[in-house]
Design a protein around this ligand. Structure first.
Ligand code: PLP
Length: 417
């Protein structure tokens, strides 16, 4: 067992098959984590396994500053089909954090400006640059500070359930705070970019209003500041659209992608307009491994599977169903203070009797579900939110099974029997 990392479960995993995981004793679990939003096509989709097998007999490493590989073009073309025309140039790497680092380096290089504005509650990764933009929980930052300078944090209109204010009023206040920040701390002439997850992930599965995201875009445009969307968790159908930005009618200048792109193999990247990407002097950024040929083969096949199995629509329909069913449970259990989400990225937030965040209840319910064979994760600054992120291949009957377990875990944990 790992001595370093806290484990959410003690499952000694043997293999995975679509929405299920099996431990070495043969015990079966329903996986509503997708390995933190990665296995959107389900565990070990046969078509993706086959693509990796075929590629593994051809080439395992083809260093991209030494060799050209037409798979790069194939992957870029497949991605281009699902992206706006403006986002037409790609830089690939391995992990999400690495891609966020690329975005930081590109905006600084391209604009000659030092500062980046991020938003309260955001999660962008663990490497020092990405961590500097991460404010989802103190535990991620503690012991590593001081972090990268030139980062400013603006408020996010989250946790509306804890305030008396309506969402639109809170949104307007946050946009005013953002303008104030530009006026008092990081002037537009020093601000290279703003970065946001269109739907907060680790920060609590919170989708702001369309006017918040549109407002940020307007402020960026007015001041010639680049806008980066971190869609590492929200991308590839997770929210019921290919990318979450489609919900808001806003296109970023740089899109950061990872997780769902390659169904479990390490691949990430940034996408921007070629004119912007061309400001990167060749040789000024790169790495040994990214993109790996096996990951590219997995990604090319993943994009085909998402399309041919209509998984983005399935995410929307199954997400709507799951959301409605969880809302019914919210009506039964006052400890559930909020149920929210888009597509198959749904958060169920708990509150304690005294009004504090329901950390203890969420953990008790999560553990009870686990003992009954359902794997769920928590998120939010207090781990008070249970998040539902199953593979996008999930069917209604499987959601029903998970809900039955969840309901019984609620009954056990809240002593309603
Ligand atoms: C929105 C977001 N950005 C960045 C990251 C970091 O990605 P990685 O863990 O691959 O470095 C994550 C990982 O959970 C994420 O959800």
């Amino acid at each position: 067992m790992s001595q370093v990392w806290p484990l959410f479960t003690n499952i000694d995993v043997d293999y995975g098959e679509n929405i299920h995981l099996y431990d070495r004793t043969g015990k079966k679990f329903i996986d509503f984590t997708s390995g933190i939003g990665v296995t959107n096509t389900g565990h070990c989709h046969p078509r993706i396994v086959n693509a990796i097998k075929v590629q593994s007999e051809k080439l395992l490493h083809g260093q991209t500053t030494i060799l050209y590989n037409s798979m790069l073009d194939e992957l870029s073309h497949s991605l281009q089909k699902v992206l706006p025309e403006k986002l037409n140039c790609f830089f690939f790497s391995n992990s999400g954090s690495e891609a966020v680092e690329s975005a930081i380096k590109l905006v600084r290089h391209a604009t000659g400006k030092p500062n980046i504005i991020c938003f309260q509650g955001g999660y962008h990764g663990r490497s020092i640059g990405a961590l500097s933009l991460t404010t989802a929980k103190s535990v991620y930052r503690s012991g590593y500070q001081p972090l990268m300078p030139g980062v400013f944090v603006s408020p996010h209109p989250y946790f509306k359930q804890y305030t008396e204010e309506d969402n639109e009023k809170r949104t307007r206040q946050c946009l005013e705070e953002l303008k104030h920040l530009l006026n008092t701390q990081s002037s537009p002439s020093e601000t290279a970019a703003m970065i946001i997850e269109p739907v907060l992930g680790e920060g609590g599965y919170i989708s702001p209003s369309e006017s918040f995201i549109k407002g940020i875009r307007e402020i960026c445009d007015k001041h010639d500041i680049l806008l980066i969307f971190d869609e590492i968790q929200t991308g590839f159908g997770r929210t019921g659209k290919y990318f979450a930005f489609e919900h808001f009618g806003v296109i970023p200048d740089i899109l950061v992608i990872a997780k769902g792109i390659a169904s479990g193999l390490p691949l990430s990247g940034i996408v921007a307009n070629k004119k912007l990407m061309d400001k990167w002097i060749p040789g000024s950024h790169g790495g040994t491994y990214g993109p790996n040929p096996l990951s590219m083969a997995a990604a090319i096949e993943t994009l085909k599977v998402l399309e041919e199995e209509d998984l983005i629509n399935n995410s929307m329909h199954m997400g709507n169903y799951l959301l409605a069913e969880l809302q019914k449970l919210k009506n039964e259990y006052p400890e559930i203070v909020d149920v929210r989400g888009k597509g198959l990225m749904i958060g169920c937030e708990f509150v304690a009797e005294n009004g504090d965040p329901g950390t203890f209840i969420a953990e008790k319910v999560r553990k009870s579900c686990l003992s009954k064979g359902l794997i769920l994760l928590t998120c939010g600054p207090y781990n008070q939110v249970i998040r539902w992120i199953p593979p996008l291949t999930i069917e209604k009957s499987e959601i029903d099974k998970a809900l039955t377990i969840f309901d019984s875990a609620l009954k056990n944990s809240l002593e309603r029997e």
